[in-house]
Design a protein around this ligand. Sequence first.
Ligand code: ADP
Ligand code: ZN
Length: 738
Amino acid sequence: MGDLFQEGSVGAPRNDAQSRVCVLVPYPVDKAYDYAVPVGMEVTRGDYVLVPLGPREVTGVVWGAAQDDVPSKKIKAILHKFPLQAMPDSHIDFIDWVANYTVAQKGNVLKMALSAPKALETPLTQTLYKISEKALTGKFTPTQQQVIDVMCDKQPRIQADIAREADVSAGVVKTLHKKGALTAIEAAMPPPCINANPDFFRLELSEAQESAARILRTSVSAEKSDVFVLDGVTGAGKTEVYFEAVDAAMRADKQVLILMPEIALSNAFIDRFAKRFGCRPALWHSSLTQAQRRVTYRGVAEGGVQVVIGARSALFLPFANLGAIIIDESHDASYKQEEGVTYHARDMAVVRGHFEKCPVILASATPALETMQNVWDGKYKHIHLPVRHGGAKMPAIDVIDLREHKPERQAFLSPVLLQALKETMESGAQSLLFLNRRGYAPLTLCRSCGHRFECARCTAWLVEHRATNRLECHHCGYGIKIPDACPECEDVDSLAPCGPGIERIEEEVKYHFPEARVAVLSSDSADDTHGLRAILGQMRKHELDIIIGTQILAKGHHFPKLATVGVVDADLGLHGGDLRAAERSYQLLHQVAGRAGREKGVEGHVYLQSWNPEARVIQALATGERDTFLDVEAQERKLAHMPPYARLGAIIVSGTNEREVEGFARAMAACAPHGEGVQTFGPAAAPMYRIRGRYRYRLLVHAEKNLNIQKAIRDWQTQLKVPSSLKIQVDIDPQSFL
Ligand code: ADP
Ligand code: ZN
């Protein structure tokens, strides 16, 4: 940056007239624009400001010294500076870096960082109640006394917290306020997780855990941007180990970010955190209220919030003083954002750790091949926890060959699996059936004419949802009521479901076990996370015998009495020919299997139903030979010249006019990067040719590992004038090829 920033302030006036800075705005722009700093205003790099942009007034961030020589008459002035601690340099550098790496526009990356605009204003206040002198002499009813007992510690609290802690209704609090026993004060809402205590409750770590923890603690204290791969089977005690990194950061007055898939459902994890540190973590995900976002964002920026547990978007919060980043289930596919700025939160976390000078911990039982390759190359440090904690055994894994053990006609559970469910129930334990397919049936066809129900806007079959009596598209939300007659041949009662979804498995289970307590769990099961959490809670408390679900069930949950896991279709993930299909399938099934037998005394047993039991993935799962599997996977990718041994960048051209999309994709191909170490394939119609009525073509840039693929793509883009009717999406290191 310019020398104006050496002192951290750019408010000093130039001799001619006003001083100037450049401000980045959260819109699709690639550079920060110059603005004048009005007399009397002092701004620093990172300050949040309000600036005029065309006819609008928008929030932006002071990005650096002025860059252009805009004539004084033309330059506009900053309107307002928000009263919030400036965004740290490390974060600004991170945003610049991400934009450059992902070939995204800088303003679009900033937009992800300005995720709670209200937080910039003065903090929200709320009414707190405090015990008054009067309360010491007054006479109270028993419920009122409960409140007085709670409030005796003289801590001010909001009404809802008092009512909850004293276990009384809000009315009791109101009455005590009227009586003068409680006094009300208006105060800023405190951010979450500001009183966590590393000594609140410490477990005694095993020897393996202790030596792992020591390495992490040392790195946190040394402020080193090490990357650790915390590798160990499910139940090995990885969480307990990375809590020690959290512990070390707390002691050093630093903040911690923990990323987690499906954070909104991780109640049990939050309870566990609270047990360890005496305080609930701050949360960051899409279902927070505006007020929660506002208070949390501000608390993170000012440094008060100690620990944030969040979805990938939390990576763009402006932490004041980050001491460690932890990525739980680091192999999880949901860390890749596919819309807007396409980035991989795992990779970007490593970059953020570099700028923040703090360690990054990737925890997983099945680290991605990319991650392991970095271990083999000596870039990441490997920490291995080999066995389950406390003597719990790994579940036994059986492959059920469906050719031999055929389910009945129109059914999907083999006799072997049904028998296992029966025995499990009789022994007083629980079972889980896994099928990564929502709804009742993935396809509906007419038995008379063969008509198949397809989405009108997407390249996708409509999925039958019997619970709601509808056929629905899982890509765009289009849906129709299930008709009585075929729309093609008008035959009545001719429609037949093909293949299973979890609702259909539920039907089969209920048929065989009418007395069992059964539930299905998928994103359809409830309108909100609250409803989903309720079902998970029932499972934990053993109020269910059999739970049937999609991948939501695979992630992180701990069901103490779960003994049997049945994978209805272990071959499912292998269709489609994606370069990571085998690896993904392995990770997902391993994770599902890891739900079984997590507590000592509950013997876990996993059944994989497969039509192709010889497949490498199935064999690797059955024998538990993960490392051999990864070795073979690595060999295959090397031979195919694919990541992580080469680089890919995908370009997706989309628009509503089919001819125009195809034409432009061809024009792009005509000037695409070709040369030493780089070539471009395509265009080809995307496997998902239509989504929401938009046609899609793909191009794929393939480059040697050491080639700057971003530069090649940027240079290419500058040669093109993209019509406004088309959208061009760049996806560096693509995970999805749909
Ligand atoms: P992972 O994160 O590797 O799946 P966890 O950290 O969740 O493993 O540990 C698995 C189970 O073992 C949890 O119930 C946890 O509370 C328990 N556990 C782990 N370490 C210890 C320990 N040192 N002392 C007591 N219980 C432990
Ligand atoms: Zn659709």
